[in-house]
Ligand binder design. Structure first.
Ligand SMILES: *Cc1c(COP(=O)(O)O)cnc(C)c1O
Ligand SMILES: [Zn+2]
Length: 422
């Protein structure tokens, strides 16, 4: 908290003090990066001061976050983060890879990666004494905000497209948020939310637009760094720097581009602290029907042209990505790339992951679908160590899950009937 200096615009580079701005750059609308005082953090903390902590949640990274100890620290819902990473040897063999792991973000309190952002935004809201927090959401950001808000007795309002999967809407309602369904797209909800927040004085959590969402999401990078040190002691002995040849390659599904930018920011923070020397490689995966960032990346421009998004992966269905510029840099600056996958490939990935015990929603399985495609395109090599993120639980969208599998037979309750279908 004491190391939180202010903000820097990701487009024009203008720096602002804490009280000068709340959301985006007043000059060009660019998203703001939180600026931390790394020199003072470096003086006070060694990597071991973090890695030896007993706090098993994203709050173990408090010294690297722009908020203080949250008031509701002891509420269980604040225990976002610290999600497991496990090896997937059978899928690795199938894809002819030597090292493949999955970090399962569906284990977060409301079952998606978005809990990381909401933990930090709600804490910030309480610090600045906002009565009401509002967000636009395709479902998961809203569920994460609603759940966290309920846990600390904060009021939340969620604007979601009326097409949001039922389970996500159910989460919003059960957590007691005020839910407003929009007869329009996520993009319509996004613009309306920002306008309404401005009109009524609410604190707006909108992804990317609120600088604190990125700060929450960057904690996944810190966890990957710690996991890497732990898991590869024997590979690297005393080398605690995440440096490996070849480097770790991370696959992330991308809609607005805030998760991938957050992961990039986390590694940039570690680089600024001197706690790593090299970046892992970050690869973004988008649905073919929602590929605005991929299009710009391959056209070598930071100007994002909106698309008319259609994909089964509702969490990454975005016309105009709200964190596109930083998302492009996340791959450009790490020697990564962007690829797209079809809805069919996403459904295939749900089934493949399911067979090794991981139940992912479509946007969650998209990163794995991207890996499958990458191996055939030569984007990754067989000895590259690879980490795939599953960003959301399959229980979030059961209708999509059922499209990934064959339905079960219904039989009469007799042994003969069982014999017939075996
Ligand atoms: C939000 C979300 C994403 C994509 O994150 P962006 O920041 O929009 O790129 C991916 N998967 C799931 C499950 C999500 O909820
Ligand atoms: Zn600017």
């Amino acid at each position: 908290m004491k190391s939180f200096l202010g903000y820097k615009c990701s487009l024009c580079g203008t720096e602002y003090l804490q009280g000068q701005v709340t959301y985006t750059c007043p000059q060009d609308g660019g998203n703001l990066d939180v600026v931390l005082d790394f020199e003072s953090i470096k003086k006070k903390f060694q990597p071991e001061d973090i890695t030896s902590r007993t706090e098993n949640s994203l709050w173990r990274y408090l010294p690297l976050l722009p908020v203080g100890e949250p008031a509701g620290h002891s509420t269980p819902l604040h225990v976002a983060g610290w999600t497991p990473v496990f090896a997937l040897p059978r899928l690795a063999e199938k894809l002819n890879l030597k090292h493949l792991w999955l970090k399962d973000e569906s284990r977060n309190p409301t079952a998606s990666f978005k809990d990381r952002a909401s933990a930090i935004v709600v804490t910030r809201a309480q610090e600045i004494k906002s009565e009401i927090v509002v967000t636009a959401s395709t479902g998961n950001a809203g569920a994460a905000l609603a759940g966290m808000a309920a846990a600390v007795n904060q009021k939340a309002i969620i604007f979601a497209p009326k097409s949001a999967p039922q389970a996500k809407v159910a989460q919003l309602l059960v957590f007691g948020a005020k839910v407003i369904l929009i007869d329009g797209s996520y993009d319509d909800a996004f613009d309306l939310t920002a306008k309404a927040a401005n009109e009524f004085g609410w604190y707006c959590r909108n992804t990317g637009y609120n600088p604190f969402t990125l700060e929450g999401k960057k904690t996944a990078a810190f966890e990957i760094w710690e996991w890497w040190i732990e898991a590869h002691r024997d590979w690297h002995q005393q080398d605690k720097t995440l440096d490996a040849h070849p480097p770790l390659t991370i696959f992330v599904s991308v809609g607005d581009g805030n998760i991938i930018s957050g992961i990039h920011k986390g590694f940039k923070d570690l680089l600024a602290l001197g706690w790593i020397q090299n970046m892992p490689r970050i690869i973004g995966v988008q649905a073919e029907g929602s590929s605005a960032i991929t299009n710009a990346f391959h056209a070598h421009t930071e100007t994002i042209t909106p698309v008319s998004a259609t994909t089964i992966a509702d969490s990454i269905s975005v016309d105009l990505p709200r964190d596109g510029v930083r998302a492009i840099r996340a791959t450009k600056e790490t020697n990564g790339t962007y690829i797209t996958v079809t809805d069919e490939e996403i459904l295939g990935a749900i089934a493949e992951l399911g067979r090794v015990g991981v139940f992912a929603e479509p946007a969650g399985a998209t990163a794995y679908a991207g890996l499958v495609k990458s191996t055939s395109m030569g984007v990754v090599r067989s000895d590259d160590p690879i980490l795939v993120l599953n960003t959301g639980s399959g229980l979030k969208d059961v209708r999509a899950a059922m499209q990934a599998v064959q339905s079960a037979p219904i039989i009469e309750p007799t042994l003969e009937a069982v014999k017939k279908i075996l």
